[in-house]
Design a protein around this ligand. Structure first.
Ligand SMILES: *[C@@H]1O[C@H](CO)[C@@H](O)[C@H](O)[C@H]1NC(C)=O
Ligand SMILES: *[C@@H]1O[C@H](CO)[C@@H](O)[C@H](O)[C@H]1NC(C)=O
Ligand SMILES: *[C@@H]1O[C@H](CO)[C@@H](O)[C@H](O)[C@H]1NC(C)=O
Ligand SMILES: *[C@@H]1O[C@H](CO)[C@@H](O)[C@H](O)[C@H]1NC(C)=O
Ligand SMILES: *[C@@H]1O[C@H](CO)[C@@H](O)[C@H](O)[C@H]1NC(C)=O
Length: 473
């Protein structure tokens, strides 16, 4: 606006322009006509920002170079006023799908979208559940002193569970890791006699407290699993909550050590009889550095335990999603309520009661969890942080039973069925600098090893047209 008014600008002229606008509107009344043309518009970018229906004519001699606001109008009006179609810059919404990337579960995998401010685009993502998956199950066990009995029962689980899983899965692999808590005061007793054997008061020998210890990488050898579990000893600590979330994050992100298979459905089973510490809890021990979300294992021991705080629930949720891991919480019934709250915040998670804790009970719990988690197909859509406020997303699923669920998921999905998600993404506004922007949106079905990448190109400036030259000289 400024550059144009500086050359011609005076108050009477401005008033005159207002009259022209009124005249134009009177001459060609129609729905939405007035939305585009306005004397305050002096550039193509401003024009297109008025709405997806507006277009800009950049032909130099359009209307004998009269006031720039006239260049902004509905395309049909501009053409009628003599603008050649090759001089029209207009809002174009484009959806391009790369159909060449084959996929058995999630399709399409790659979509490009071009948006203008105020416009939106819709597309369909199909998620198909396969008949049978390989399954990886990682036991993450709280080995604080009160868990001795639970650890004993785990010894008998391996073979029996893999037999039961043959109904649902092509093969089952198991892994194992243990945790207690951050090995610093006030979570553990740092008296020299207690550090190495925290259970000395009970006259039993137990191992030092630890944040997370990865013990057995994924294996299909159940003899090996049983052998390793038999060697496990419990440990001890002071306060009641344990460092479960800290350990879960390591088990999720330390892909190589844990040995998660890329093609498997991944289950992370947390066994504990206590609530977990949350982010900020470790301030008590003077640890204020937030968790960096990375893997810190050395010789299978988590080395970040005393340096970084516990992860936040949001951070843990992201890492589980990124690594397509479902989580199962097997907790003593007194803690059920505490974990109910947590499970609500973690997509793809299941809560089971250990109750009368015995091996058959644990096997049923895992089977129930597996069936439940797989029968729920949910979608997580995330826009890059830098642009999250400028886009809106709506997801509506079409479930195999014909229902259209309101939240972003379908339940009761059976093997071999497909869920269709109709996703609409809209651009609310451009970045403050008014420049074009490329933003990536990830569409991730919870627990699936495949996702869809959406690249959005937001056209905020005008790509062609000599607008700068005609209005600033
Ligand atoms: C999407 O955009 C990228 C980068 O601009 C380009 O390389 C790719 O070919 C496009 N894909 C499709 C399906 O148009
Ligand atoms: C589609 O994806 C394939 C595999 O990533 C790539 O080679 C190809 O160039 C893409 N096609 C387009 C049009 O982007
Ligand atoms: C399974 O593990 C046991 C004990 O660790 C070992 O003796 C046996 O050779 C392993 N079997 C296979 C097929 O690797
Ligand atoms: C995802 O899992 C499926 C089914 O197990 C498998 O066929 C496919 O290769 C996996 N994809 C990747 C990228 O690992
Ligand atoms: C998807 O949703 C959009 C917006 O609600 C709607 O306009 C469009 O018709 C839907 N597409 C399909 C195929 O249902």
């Amino acid at each position: 606006m400024t550059s144009w008014l500086r050359t011609h600008g005076s108050v009477p002229l401005c008033l005159l322009l207002c009259c022209v606008v009124v005249a134009v509107c009177a001459e060609a009344p129609g729905a939405g006509d007035g939305v585009c043309s306005s004397p305050s518009i002096t550039s193509c970018a401003e024009c297109l920002r008025r709405g997806p229906q507006c277009a800009w004519c950049f032909s130099e001699d359009f209307q004998d170079g009269s006031w720039p606001g006239q260049r902004c109008d509905l395309p049909v009006n501009l053409l009628r006023k003599g603008c050649g179609p090759e001089f029209l810059e207009q809002s174009e919404v484009k959806v391009e799908v790369n159909a060449t990337i084959g996929s058995t579960q999630v399709s399409p995998r790659d979509i490009n979208i071009t948006l203008r401010p105020g416009s939106e685009a819709s597309f369909i993502v199909a998620v198909k559940q396969l008949e049978r998956y390989p399954v990886d199950l990682y036991y993450l066990v709280d080995v604080s002193a009160s868990m001795q009995e639970n650890l004993d029962h785990l010894k008998t689980v391996g073979v029996a569970l893999s037999l039961r899983m043959t109904e649902h899965s092509s093969d089952l692999w198991l892994g194992f890791g243990s945790f207690v808590d951050k090995p610093v005061s006030p979570y553990i007793n740092v008296h020299p006699s207690k550090i190495n054997n925290p259970c000395s008061d009970y006259e039993i020998r137990c191992r030092p407290a630890h944040g997370f210890h990865h013990v057995l990488s994924m294996t299909g050898n159940m003899t090996e699993f049983t052998r390793v579990i038999k060697r496990q000893r419990i440990s001890g600590n002071m306060d009641t909550p344990e460092g479960g979330l800290d350990a879960m994050l390591q088990a999720a992100v330390c892909q190589k050590a844990v040995g998660w298979r890329p093609q498997a459905k991944r289950l992370l089973l947390l066994m504990t009889d206590q609530p977990s510490h949350l982010a900020l809890d470790s301030r008590l021990a003077g640890i204020v550095t937030p968790h960096d979300g990375l893997c810190h294992l050395e010789n299978n021991i988590y080395t970040g335990s005393t340096r970084m705080d516990h992860p936040s629930v949001g951070q843990l949720s992201d890492k589980l999603l990124d690594n397509h891991i479902y989580s199962i919480f097997a907790v003593e019934k007194q803690q059920y309520q505490w974990y109910e709250e947590l499970v609500r915040l973690l997509p793809g998670s299941y809560l089971g009661k250990l109750g009368l804790f015995q091996a058959p009970n644990l096997i049923e719990l895992v089977l129930d969890a597996y069936k439940r988690l797989l029968s729920e197909v949910a979608l997580s859509v995330s826009v890059e942080d830098k642009a999250v406020s400028r886009y809106w997303v709506s997801v509506s699923p079409l479930c195999p039973d014909g229902s259209t669920a309101k939240d972003q998921s379908c339940s009761g999905v059976q093997p071999d069925q497909t869920v269709y998600f109709n996703i609409t993404i809209g651009l609310r506004s451009c970045p403050d600098n008014g420049e074009d922007e490329d933003v990536q949106v990830m569409v991730r079905p919870v627990g699936y090893n495949e996702s869809t990448v959406i690249r959005i190109h937001s056209k905020c400036s005008c790509s062609c047209g000599p607008e700068a030259r005609s209005w600033t000289d």
